[in-house]
Design a protein around this ligand. Sequence first.
Ligand SMILES: *Cc1c(COP(=O)(O)O)cnc(C)c1O
Length: 396
Amino acid sequence: MFTFEDEITDTLQDIRDAGLYKSERQLTTPQSAHIATTTTTALNFCANNYLGLADNPDIEAAAAEALREWGFGMASVRFICGTQTLHARLEAKIAEFVGREDAILFSSCFDANGGVFEVLFGENDAIISDELNHASLIDGIRLTRARRYRYRNADMGDLRVRLTDARTAGAQRVVVVTDGVFSMDGSYAPLRQICDLAEEFGAMVLVDDSHAVGFVGDHGRGTPELSGVGDRVDLLTGTLGKALGGASGGYVAGPKAVVDLLRQRSRPYLFSNAVAPAVCAGSLKALELASTSDEGRAALRRNTELFRSLMTEAGFDLLPGTHPITAVMFPGDDGARRAAQMAEAMLAEGVYVIAFSFPVVPTGKARIRVQLSAAHSEDDVRACAAAFVAARATVG
Ligand SMILES: *Cc1c(COP(=O)(O)O)cnc(C)c1O
């Protein structure tokens, strides 16, 4: 007779057999452009550390000071006794940065996306979601009783069909939901066209800007700034766990009344502990740095442009674009194997990148996803491109 644990062991074996088992490399250093693990040292090209703030000394100092001044933990949800003036300041700063009336802080953007839809959309409403949206949006939408529609990635013809379907079905509130940046491709959602269509159909727009906030757009305000649609996006969600220091925390930003209602009813907000004071203070400093200086964004842009041009010159097949997520494609039947072998050979060259294949990306579209950072020097970027060339010679 099989025990529960035997069955679980079988499931794990299935995962291994499918080549999908994820082992965690343990870092022995802070997160940075140059890292060490228990087995090697490497240039890191797979963190979401876009502005290089994860080990920024000013942020570390702000967090250390807050640790002494405000204590280690809150031991309370926000509405009981877990709100310090620090939390309110961080929320005001997030709202200001992304140009919204108000913002509400969650433990993560996963929680923000998990808690925003159920409060705002019910059985008479419709949610229309891009097929490539982040798992947390998908889960958050599944928690609602709203009618759900999915449109093909960034396909405006298909979005129009779904909007028409929702209106024909008599939906009251209708919302179009999209990632600002699609994380496997580094492509931007066509926000101007999405806003045009939404307005035509009297629908709202919600954008998850996790892979954009802090560095996309001239002032880092994200994809609405980049697309010139500023106020036309009704609701924004995003993370503090990527460009903005990379610790933890997520938010929903939008009209004051919406934020107030989320404080009353959003379950991950009501029933989960407040963000630690040191994280709040560090994130406040990250937002201050991102709003007062263009240096990080300029370095990130230079590195991204340099990497994309070096790789194109070397004959690699890149998905076109300008985002620091750069997908180096290995198409075809044995693409998954080649991408994996390349990533392994590159680690031997001292460059850490990750290969993605089915089911994370479509079959035949295996890739290595390179993520540039402001923390990389020009030499680091050149070393990464050189490692691709060397690995290609090894792998063939
Ligand atoms: C990373 C990411 C999240 C999750 O953010 P956390 O704060 O780490 O939970 C949500 N949505 C998108 C689009 C992301 O890229």
